[in-house]
Design a binder for this molecule. Structure first.
Ligand code: ADP
Ligand code: MG
Length: 418
């Protein structure tokens, strides 16, 4: 990985250029032809708004400075052929044969996106069927760690989506490509996730977050102002695996559906803090607390976006802290390691801190003054050692640009050689 040798002074563009050069070389090795172009898309961290997406509420994620890259070239044999540095396998399938039923494993992410894009292209005013579009070879290289709560899956989906959208000249807008990525993840991979991850990966900007209304699908860019305030966002990956979280996730979704049905609303988004007394009357104790998390979290997301616009990041600490308490006590998706990461961060000078992601493990984030980074990291490591917890992974994430075509690039068609 050429990036590990990169001096810290390299600009983001220089890093992308280096990675692009390494990727095109690996593409030629794996696919025996030159790459026609390179595209990339970032992972994401959710600043605030947890489990609100499937309740049609609000989320505020941002794209990070770790990206998935794809190199692509045309094929004249109608095949989709995909590889990744992550695997020795090369998986291929005729475009005309792509369907969720035939897709499995890691290749279901890129091939699922191809399938979802083809399905979209076959509809609309100017329908194009798979036999009318060229096949492709595609190679993936990702810097987004898997299962660390940074959405390596959305990074791959969005990088593939922008690549194929341009290659096939489909002209789909970024928000539509986010939806294509979600369709691939829901139907080809079979993971019932919301659209937050793909929206952040497609629509992110440097030093900004993506405010997303999951009912109207409207988005807004919210300035984070980290650089101007000498703030950073520290991610504490507890290494507690959330693989076994599927049951908990499904259970929380079921509680939210039950609460909405009992309250006679289509989704919990329809309820506000003014409804809480009514909710307490109508719902059993546990379902009430689950629903209260969603209602109060939606308020916190909107308030965070408002404060970031009007006052800046120093004003949002209490909201981050309150979000964590709500997830810990009302939604009950935190674990001891996440609570410790949050408490130590707060004690050691963070502006605010909370667990982030679906819960039952994964990562916490802390908004911190840059000058405190070293002492805060030392405090966290010490506290984890004292509790006998596994050593957490600590790293800074920079809010970054969303999916993009990167690197010098001839027409993707020029890679064709059969
Ligand atoms: P995350 O929280 O990181 O998104 P997911 O389980 O949603 O975790 O997605 C991880 C999956 O995405 C991996 O198991 C793999 O199938 C796929 N994936 C991630 N990175 C790569 C990669 N570099 N190459 C191929 N597939 C990848
Ligand atoms: Mg994922």
């Amino acid at each position: 990985d050429p990036q590990h040798d990169a001096p810290e002074t390299l600009t983001a563009q220089a890093v992308i250029a280096q990675t692009t050069a390494a990727l095109t070389a690996e593409f030629e090795l794996r696919h025996g032809r030159p790459a026609g172009g390179v595209w990339s898309a970032p992972g994401r961290v959710n600043l605030i708004g947890e489990h609100t997406d499937y309740n049609e509420g609000f989320v505020l994620p941002f794209a990070i400075d770790r990206r998935a890259y794809v190199a692509l070239a045309a094929r004249s044999d109608g095949l989709a052929r995909v590889s990744s540095t992550f695997s020795d396998d090369i998986v291929e399938c005729a475009l005309t044969e792509l369907s969720p039923e035939v897709l499995a494993g890691w290749s279901a992410y890129p091939l699922g996106v191809a399938w979802a894009l083809l399905a979209a292209a076959a509809e609309g005013e100017n329908p194009r069927t798979p036999d009318a579009l060229p096949g492709f070879s595609l190679h993936i290289h990702s810097e987004v760690p898997i299962g660390a709560g940074l959405s390596s899956s959305a990074a791959i989906e969005c990088a593939t989506a922008v690549a194929l959208n341009e290659f096939w000249q489909l002209g789909e807008a970024p928000a539509r490509l986010a939806r294509i990525g979600q369709i691939a993840e829901n139907q080809a991979v079979g993971a019932p996730t919301g659209i937050m991850d793909q929206s952040a990966s497609m629509l992110g900007h440097a030093d900004a977050a993506v405010f997303l209304d999951c009912r109207s699908m409207q988005t807004a860019t919210i300035p984070l102002g980290l650089a101007a305030n000498d703030f950073e966002i520290l991610v504490i990956d507890t290494k507690v695996s959330h693989d076994h979280a599927t049951g908990g996730y499904a259970d929380r979704r079921a509680s939210c559906e039950l609460a909405a049905a009992t309250m006679g609303v289509y989704s919990l988004r329809e309820l506000t803090p003014a409804d809480l007394p009514r909710m307490r009357e109508a719902l059993d104790e546990v379902t009430f607390r689950r629903a209260r998390h969603i209602v109060t979290e939606n308020e916190r997301v909107q308030e965070t976006a408002r404060l970031l616009r009007t006052e800046g990041p120093q004003a949002i600490g209490a909201l981050l802290d309150a979000s964590h308490v709500s997830m810990r006590d009302d939604f009950e998706i935190s674990v001891a390691e996440l609570n410790l990461a949050v408490e130590v961060s707060q004690r050691s000078g963070a502006i605010g801190a909370r667990m982030t992601g679906g819960g039952f493990g994964g990562s916490a984030l802390a908004l911190i003054p840059r000058a405190l980074r070293e002492s805060l990291e030392a405090d966290i490591l010490k506290a984890f050692r004292a509790e006998g917890f596994a050593r957490p992974d600590l790293f800074i994430v920079q809010p970054s640009e969303g999916a993009t075509m990167t690197g010098a690039h001839a027409s993707p068609g020029e890679g064709a050689s059969e």
